[in-house]
Structures are given as structure tokens and as C-alpha cells.
Write a protein that binds this ligand. Structure first.
Ligand code: SF4
Length: 390
């Protein structure tokens, strides 16, 4: 099975590829852009599309933290690319400030509303907090509108609405601390320091959730959180149209096309929100209909884009998408790490060799398989293999 050998034990890097600390992948450097407030003006977005074509391979990923990642960047081009991104106001001057500014805000913020005001202040406070050394993936979520949008999105410290109150919540806790908007940022920073003081990040790594599981939230965190609400789906919204990206990736050409329609908001759901627009022309890599079967598949970069991948993934996921039962999710993973979907899925194919996969039901990419060494061609020829034995 997948998890036993050195070749298949997932490597935990504990950090993400920032613009100032890019990561090498199978198709070149990956350069991450953390857009302030998750919004790009049309001019910024069009410039990014041009930079992707000039310095990268013309492919742009949208991550689960609502960051853009330019792929295939040549090492010799990195300096010019970073300088251009800094000119656009999209990259800090210094890597540690860039890493600390890890705050997500609901994509549906409006100018000067509570989410917007808090997110602006939080970004400024994190940039200035030079003594605050948090783990690379440690992040904040600002979700103060109605309805809540980020409850299912990974974050360590949350500022979220609960009825008339704002709550400060340590991830993993069912309760939080009521805070006034004017003090929300200082309370959030204090909670980050509490996390460090409690030993949440031994050796510089760690997340809030396991700490809360071990010792519970701070004693003053006793107010009930709001009942979970469904996340906004694909299609028209009050701000513009939400369009999904096949496998969370878009070509520079399509990105430029969307940017010509309006400013873009980046979501953590592999969707872009195009401001002020309700009609968007169909393109092969864009998903416009809620019934599109590609919404029921997740697939990581796979080979050749990922150095650790044992097989390509997305071509198979695309071919099998129409055969995934309604309401189920198929996760195709290049190996046991399961980057595209860390949680369990109804159907999982984990590569063990080129075009060879283990099949797992109701589990994660590294779980015990129901069937082993299925070839991609056999799966294509008889997609019912996927659900046999369910
Ligand atoms: S799960 Fe996919 S993207 Fe992640 S390391 Fe493995 S092959 Fe690469």
C-alpha cells in the first residue's frame, strides 16, 4: 500500500511558497502572491497575467488560502518578477513580513464594513509585529459578515460573527471570546502570543487545533459560536459572479480575459469572484454551471508539475468526473500526501506508480486501499470499478 516505504511517506515542509521564498517544483519555481484583502484591481490582475506569460509557464494556481501561485518561473527571471510584483503593491519588501501577513477575509467584504476594517488593521498589525514568529502555515480568518463564509476554511485564529457579537475563536474550539471591533485586532494578536506561550509551536511548527485539543481554549472563551451556514455557491452574487477553476488552475489567457471584465476577488474555494459582472463567456478551464461534474473531483498538480508525484492525475480525474455518483467526491492524488484534499473523500485514487493507482473508499490518500494497482486505462475502460464494493 501507499504509506509504508520512504518513497511514499509524505514530506511535511511546514511552510508555503511565498513570493520571496519560492519553492522549486517539477515545472520550475512556484511564486505565491498574497493579494491584500484578496482583491486585485483589473490593472493588477492583467499585469499578473502578463508576468505569468513573460516569466513563468502561463499557468496560475488559486490556493486553498486564496493565494495565487505563478508556476514554471525560471530562476533567472525571479528578480525581475519580484520587482514587478512589488511595483504592483503585491509583495512585501521582506520575507518575514510577507509570511506573517497570512490573513484571509471573507470574499464578500464591502468597503468600510466590519470585515474590511478589521482585515486592513490586522494586515498592518501583522506586518509591524516583527517579534511575532509564527509557524509558516499559521493563519487568521476574518469573517464578520452575514452569513459566515469561512467556517470550513483552514485558519488558526478566527474573528467571526455570532448574532450581534463578534467572536474571537481559537480554531478547534466550539466557543469564543466576544470582542469589540475596535479591539478585535489586538485581541487576535494576543491570542497568537498565547498560542506560542502555551507551547503550540515546538521547533517552530504547529497549529492551533491540536493545541486546543490538548488543553482547551483560554478560560474566557465561553461564548457560543454561530450555527454553521452553507458556503456561497457558484453563480451570481450581490458583488459579481463566482466562477470556479478546473483543479484550481487558470491559464494566463483566461485570467486576463476575466480581469478585463472587472476587478477579481480571490476565494479559498478555487473560485474567482468577478466584480460587477453576471455573464461570463464559457472557456474550457472555467466552470460556470453548478451541475458541472468537474466540481465533484479534486486532483493535485501530479506529474510532471510536482517533483514528488508518482503519476499524472488531472487527465484521469477529468475523464472520470462524469462517473462520480451525485453528492460524492473523487480525489485523485499523485501520492499519499493528498495535497488537493487533505480530508477524507468518498472515492480516492492514490498513485503508486505511473498511471497506477490504489482505490480507497471513504478515506484519505494515505489510508488502507480497498483495491491496489489499478491501471488508469482499466479505470477509464470501466469507471464502475470506482464504486464497486461501496
Ligand atoms: S499529493 Fe500531489 S501535489 Fe502533493 S506532493 Fe503528492 S504528487 Fe505532489
Amino acid at each position: 500500500m501507499t504509506g509504508g516505504t520512504d518513497a511514499t511517506v509524505p514530506k511535511i515542509y511546514g511552510w508555503c511558497p511565498g513570493a520571496l521564498r519560492p519553492m522549486m517544483s517539477g515545472d520550475g519555481l512556484v511564486v505565491r502572491i498574497r493579494a491584500p484583502l484578496g482583491r486585485l484591481s483589473s490593472q493588477q490582475a492583467r499585469a499578473i497575467a502578463a508576468l505569468s506569460l513573460k516569466h513563468g509557464n502561463g499557468l496560475i494556481d488559486l490556493s486553498a488560502r486564496a493565494n495565487l501561485q505563478l508556476r514554471g518561473v525560471r530562476e533567472s527571471d525571479l528578480r525581475d518578477l519580484i520587482a514587478a510584483l512589488q511595483d504592483l503593491g503585491l509583495v512585501e519588501q521582506e520575507a518575514t513580513a510577507e509570511a506573517r501577513r497570512n490573513a484571509l477575509v471573507t470574499p464578500f467584504w464591502q468597503p468600510n464594513d466590519t470585515s474590511h476594517a478589521i482585515a486592513v488593521d490586522l494586515n498592518a498589525a501583522l506586518t509591524e509585529a516583527t517579534d511575532l514568529v509564527l509557524p509558516g502555515k499559521f493563519g487568521f480568518a476574518v469573517d464578520c459578515g452575514i452569513p459566515l463564509q469561512l467556517q470550513n476554511t483552514a485558519a488558526d485564529i478566527r474573528l467571526e460573527r455570532s448574532g450581534a457579537d463578534l467572536l474571537l475563536v481559537a480554531d478547534g474550539a466550539q466557543t469564543g471570546l466576544p470582542v469589540q471591533a475596535a479591539h478585535a485586532v489586538e485581541e487576535a494578536i494576543a491570542l497568537a502570543r498565547w498560542f506560542l506561550d502555551q507551547g503550540g509551536a515546538p521547533e517552530g511548527r504547529g497549529r492551533m487545533r491540536p493545541l486546543i485539543a490538548r488543553r482547551g481554549p483560554p478560560p474566557a472563551h465561553v461564548a457560543a459560536r454561530a450555527t454553521p451556514t452553507p458556503q456561497q455557491g457558484l453563480g451570481p452574487t450581490a458583488i459579481g459572479r463566482l466562477v470556479a477553476l478546473e483543479f484550481g488552475q487558470i491559464s494566463a489567457h483566461d485570467f486576463d480575459m476575466l480581469a478585463q471584465l472587472g476587478p477579481l476577488r480571490l476565494t479559498p474555494w478555487r473560485m474567482l469572484l468577478v466584480e460587477g459582472v453576471q455573464d461570463i463567456a464559457a472557456q474550457p478551464g472555467l466552470i460556470l454551471a453548478a451541475t458541472d461534474p468537474r466540481l465533484q473531483v479534486r486532483a493535485c498538480t501530479g506529474a510532471p508539475g510536482c517533483l514528488q508525484a508518482l503519476s499524472s492525475t488531472r487527465d484521469l480525474a477529468r475523464d472520470l468526473a462524469p462517473f462520480v455518483p451525485e453528492g460524492a467526491l473523487l480525489h485523485v492524488s499523485g501520492w499519499a500526501k493528498g495535497c488537493a484534499h487533505p480530508g477524507p473523500a468518498a472515492l480516492v485514487l492514490t498513485a503508486t506508480a505511473p498511471d497506477t493507482f490504489d482505490l480507497i473508499h471513504h478515506g484519505k490518500a494515505a489510508d488502507q486501499p480497498l483495491r491496489e494497482t489499478l491501471s488508469a486505462s482499466a479505470l477509464r475502460a470501466a469507471p464502475t470499478i470506482l464504486t464497486e464494493g461501496s
